[in-house]
Design a protein around this ligand. Structure first.
Ligand code: UDP
Length: 480
């Protein structure tokens, strides 16, 4: 047997942003006639089905399988405990994956054989397993190219004496050891994992080694586009020659879908509250600030109050996503002063989880106060909505620098969270700097649109990826 129909196993890290972008890719591969199996942890799959009972019916060409992450069902799998999840995936899920793939190898004569794996770029144990069982693997890092490059240059930062930095270091000091970013990167813009005192910090070490390990895969996917991160992609390609920049994936998938966009599967881990769409319908054009900090960010009660004061004092209408687990130690509604609550009720709307893409596309939305997660950043840019960035962790610190200083599609509020600053930033975004920000956001939105349209760079890069996946199946030879 030296030939099998192309069949890709997609394995995301079990977190919202990773699942969203990898499910978008799964749909695109499916539309290209490639069979897809989407592998979720049991826990994530259960949550997905609970919030989207139609998930399995949404695209019949995608099959779902599950695998254990070996944590107790009530483990919070939260930001603070992310290392538990990571360790458990590496120690327990890895051998389960090996057994699953070895089983797939034995069925190579059937249509079921997995001929290629697309694994999350922070799950490099999947690369080791794939290489052991002889299945080609492509790594997909779901964050920005600029953050990946910063992590890749971690050893250079250390060699250049720019990391680790002292407690009293000037956070505005320029960073010179990351090629391509010398003109604008400061200490405070490095991915948050670099804000540690020791190079041997476990989280930092994990990300640095995942970054280096990506080179063991036969290809590398990024959810970005040449017109946005071209200079950084050139640096990356010097080390990862087969890099496919195929984003923004949400826009790319929409372009390729021939059916109505409503047929897209919803991949939220929380149940979407669509009542906010009706509320938006009754708001004036471009008058509402959308406030959301994504799926992982946790804020303190003090920060919640500062945002609340800033929003109310700005007199701007707002739609605020307050996830049940957003506030550290759970939000106590009683702590919000009644005058703030009343003012907020007058011109604000609160939901636990929003249909974000639809919200950003609504004509009432004029700005986005965001944590600068990569999906949120791309979704905002494509919708032509300028941002205020309040980054929380990982890639968000560097994303927000690019938003504010390089792409000029928003204002960077990192490391500040006081009511005066929040109010001032909102006024600048919605009034003072509105025109110039909207102009540059529209320019980048157009570039994004062009890149995913027929003949565009992301469109062509995806065609190449699909072709490479098909040719992998043609030379697929069962090794076991
Ligand atoms: N999202 C959503 N509703 C919300 C908040 C977020 O659908 O109320 C989606 C958002 O559209 C994005 C993802 O969740 O696709 C968050 O990913 P991102 O990379 O922005 O941040 P993360 O959650 O990974 O920090």
């Amino acid at each position: 047997m030296d030939k099998a129909p192309p069949h890709v196993l997609i394995f995301p890290f079990p977190a919202q942003g990773h699942i969203n972008s990898m499910l978008r890719l799964a749909n695109m591969l499916c539309l290209a006639g490639i069979q897809v199996t989407f592998l979720n942890t049991d826990h994530t799959h259960h949550r997905l089905l609970r919030s989207n009972p139609d998930l399995l019916a949404a695209r019949p060409g995608i099959r779902f399988r599950t695998i254990s992450d070996d944590l107790q069902p009530d483990h919070p799998r939260s930001t603070a405990l992310v290392m538990d999840l990571y360790d458990s995936l590496r120690s327990v899920t890895k051998p389960l994956l090996r057994a699953m793939l070895a089983g797939s190898g034995r069925r190579a004569e059937s249509d079921d054989a997995v001929t290629c794996i697309v694994a999350d770029g922070i799950l490099s144990f999947a690369i080791d397993v794939a290489n052991e069982v002889g299945i080609p693997i492509v790594a997909f890092r779901t964050a920005s190219a600029c953050s990946f490059w910063a992590f890749f240059c971690g050893p250079a930062l250390e060699a250049g004496g720019e990391f680790p930095f002292e407690d009293d270091a000037d956070m505005d000091h320029p960073i010179k050891s990351i090629p391509g970013m010398e003109a604008f990167l400061r200490h405070r813009d490095l991915p948050s994992f670099f804000r540690v005192k020791q190079l041997n910090d476990r989280l930092l070490q994990a990300v640095l080694s995942e970054t280096q390990n990506a080179s063991k895969a036969s290809g590398f996917i990024l959810n970005t586009f040449e017109d946005l991160e071209g200079p950084i992609l050139s640096h990356i390609r010097a080390h990862f020659p087969t890099t496919y920049a195929i984003g923004p994936l949400h826009a790319h998938l929409k372009y390729r879908l021939t059916e109505s966009v409503d047929s897209l599967p919803n991949s939220s881990l929380w149940t979407e509250d669509r009542t906010c769409m009706t509320w938006l319908d009754s708001q004036p054009n471009k008058s509402v600030l959308y406030v959301s900090f994504g799926s992982f960010t946790v804020i303190t009660r003090d920060e919640l109050l500062e945002f609340w004061h800033g929003l109310v004092n700005s007199h701007t209408r707002f739609l605020w996503v307050i996830r049940p687990d957003l506030v550290d130690g759970r939000g106590d509604e009683g702590q919000i002063p009644s005058e703030l609550r009343e003012a907020a009720d007058e011109r604000g709307c609160f939901v636990g989880w929003a249909p974000q893409e639809d919200v950003l596309a609504h004509s009432a939305i004029g700005g986005f106060l965001t944590h600068s997660g990569w999906n949120s950043t791309l979704e905002s840019v494509c919708a032509g909505v300028p941002m205020i960035c309040w980054p929380f962790f990982v890639d968000q610190q560097i994303n927000s620098r690019y938003v504010g200083e390089v792409w000029k599609v928003g204002l960077d509020m990192k490391d500040r969270c006081d009511r005066r600053t929040v109010e001032m930033m909102i006024k600048e975004l919605m009034e003072g700097k509105r025109e110039e920000l909207v102009r540059s956001t529209a320019r980048i939105a157009n570039l994004a649109k062009r890149s995913v349209s027929q003949g565009g760079s992301s469109y062509m890069n995806f065609e190449k990826l699909a072709e490479d996946i098909r040719s992998m199946s043609q030379r697929f030879i069962r090794l076991m």
